[in-house]
Design a protein around this ligand. Structure first.
Ligand code: AMP
Ligand code: GLY
Length: 424
């Protein structure tokens, strides 16, 4: 099978790394890919906004399946465009991708199908939104309806902060059209975890759980980022919780969408808050998480290409998906200025000799200059280690991180620490 990974970040590097190990993959492409992905895939420079161009190229090369990493091409309808040309696409079509692309859409589905989530109201009028905030009081959460690169959520501790967020989204348009409609919701309390699942339209096979670390500094302080590290599995996510999530969240979403005439196929990502009343949905994403993927996929025991292809054909079965009895920890190394900005061109040293059977360096934002890797984005590297238990995975990941260096590097030192607290 010929497979093309769409995207060029750390998640896509991980997808390509795992797909390259699939016995069923004869040729691997990446559009646009990255300098590091070129080690495992043929990189082809087509813009992610050129949906027709991507699909036409895939047809001309005889590619059998596209695996779409990022949310933007999915919400813009890459799957629809490519499927119309006869390609198999792992990833939801435009209608199903609304589960991530519109928070109002996702909340309405959750309400209709009684899926546990924070109580909410949606607004297109700023004054009505502010009146609702005053009525509900703080803490309260304000979210832009559309995509905002993970930055469209304000967890406001005071009413003033919430009202400032409404003004910024609806009057100052800091997220453009994404903030024309907003959701205001109850602030949930608990520990967060992510559960990703393979979905073929009807069969749902959950992956192992993971936990992201969204804030830039240790102890979850400082501004939100795309994610500073992840580990899997997450001990907070017990088998009993997993069962509740499957029965009350994943199954009703996929069946509910079906009842609406929408088939969900691809990776469904449930961002969850484990509250005192049980797991509740924080958000859905229509694709793999970044950096959850860098911790989850190294633990997959199975042929990823076959699993994905089965999703596209409606033939997924649980016995295709197995997990190593081990833990993985991924520590992100970010560049100076992140998350407000990023710093390009800092030379990265110490990468040689790190990749092995149980330690891998996934590139989120690097480029090659004169044969050497340099920083080329906010998140730069994801250093993953796999070990028999979480504690050893964490130690091994940091041991490798400490061998790598670039100027201005930012690294959280507590990735996985929350997980250890749940263990004996
Ligand atoms: P989202 O982009 O929806 O995942 O939100 C980003 C982050 O904001 C989440 O990972 C949570 O930490 C936080 N958050 C979002 N919604 C809520 C909520 N209703 N209650 C508490 N925290 C939330
Ligand atoms: N790690 C969060 C996300 O991928 O949205």
């Amino acid at each position: 099978m010929k497979v093309a990974v769409i995207g060029g970040g750390g998640r896509e590097h991980t997808l390509a790394w795992k797909l390259a190990q699939s016995p069923s993959v004869d040729a691997l492409y990446a559009i646009p890919g990255s300098a590091a992905m070129a080690d495992v895939a043929k990189c082809v420079d087509i813009s992610l906004s050129d949906l027709e161009g991507i699909a036409d190229y895939a047809v001309s090369e005889g590619i059998d399946m596209l695996v779409v990493g990022p949310e933007v091409p999915l919400t813009e309808g890459l799957a629809d465009v490519a499927q119309a040309k006869g390609l198999a696409v792992f990833g939801p079509n435009k209608a199903a991708a609304q589960m991530e692309g519109s928070k109002v859409f996702a909340k309405n589905i959750m309400k209709k199908y009684q899926i546990p989530t924070a109580a909410y109201a949606s607004f297109t009028d700023g004054d009505a939104a502010k009146a609702y905030i005053r009525e509900q009081g703080a803490p309260i959460v304000v979210k832009a309806d559309g995509l905002a690169a993970g930055k469209g959520v304000v967890v406001a501790q005071t009413e003033e902060e919430a009202i400032d967020a409404v003004n910024a989204m609806m009057e100052d348009h800091i997220f453009g059209a994404s903030g024309g409609r907003i959701v205001i919701e109850e602030c949930m309390v608990g520990e967060e975890a992510s559960l990703l699942a393979f979905v073929d339209g009807k069969t749902i096979v959950p992956m192992i759980s993971a936990q992201d670390h969204k804030r830039i500094f240790d102890n979850d302080e400082g501004p939100n980022t795309g994610g500073m590290g992840a580990y899997a599995p997450a001990p907070v996510f017990t088998p009993a919780i997993q069962k509740v999530v499957e029965d009350t969240i994943l199954r009703p979403v996929v069946d509910g969408l079906k009842a609406e005439g929408i088939t969900y196929q691809g990776c469904l990502y449930a961002g969850l808050m484990i509250t005192e009343d049980g797991p509740k949905v924080v958000e859905f994403n229509c694709r793999f998480g970044d950096p959850e993927t860098q911790a989850v996929l190294p633990l997959l025991d199975g042929d990823l290409a076959q699993i994905m292809y089965a999703c596209t054909k409606g033939t997924l079965s649980p016995d295709m998906v197995h997990w190593k009895d081990a833990s993985a920890c991924c520590v992100i190394m970010a560049s100076a200025g992140y998350p407000a900005s990023s710093h390009k061109g800092d030379v990265i040293s110490g990468l040689d000799g790190i990749d092995s059977d149980d330690t891998m360096v996934f590139h989120s934002g690097t480029a090659k200059q004169d044969g050497a890797y340099v920083t080329h984005g906010g998140r730069v590297l994801g250093v993953t280690a796999v070990a028999p238990d979480l504690k050893s995975a964490i130690e091994k990941a940091y041991d490798k991180v400490d061998q790598i260096h670039f100027d201005g590097q930012q690294v959280r030192r507590d990735i996985g620490a929350k997980g250890l607290k749940h263990l004996p």
